[in-house]
Design a binder for this molecule. Sequence first.
Ligand code: ATP
Ligand code: MG
Length: 148
Amino acid sequence: EPVQPVELVQELVARHQLRAPKPVHFQVSMPGAVPVCFDRLHVGNVISNLIDNAIKYSREQVTIGIRGEAEGQGWRLTVTDDGIGIPRTYQEAVFDQFFRVPTGNLHAVKGFGLGLYYVRQVVERHGGRIEVRSEPGQGSEFSFWLPA
Ligand code: ATP
Ligand code: MG
């Protein structure tokens, strides 16, 4: 089922806001309508996984920035958090199957290490790309681009 990105993001933000186990402050910025539609199920799961991680790998509260914008012949979504961050040595590995960063609050949160593997598979199968930038103790930024 095709859906406008802005509509999908708003829907997911509302859903995560409701069930979050800690205070979550969303800062959503999606200037201008973009002339693209995405598959609700797959792209929705991608965004949902990134929001889920931002909430899980943070402290007592978290501020999550979501910025969506047209870029080239497609759409870029950037999800930032002020959580625990990811040490540089592990930043590539987080997209591997079953990989979980062995430091930080790993034992405090449940997970299989599959979310980001799935995210990268979906993004790449749609012809897109995903990148991570992170500073331990400061936060993380996951950014993906999908062709229209
Ligand atoms: P699940 O399969 O339930 O998603 P998971 O969250 O452990 O389990 P991934 O989503 O693939 O698995 O993430 C892999 C690992 O990358 C996490 O275990 C965590 O160590 C690290 N990570 C992912 N997102 C973040 C983030 N926003 N901030 C800090 N660490 C992160
Ligand atoms: Mg996850």
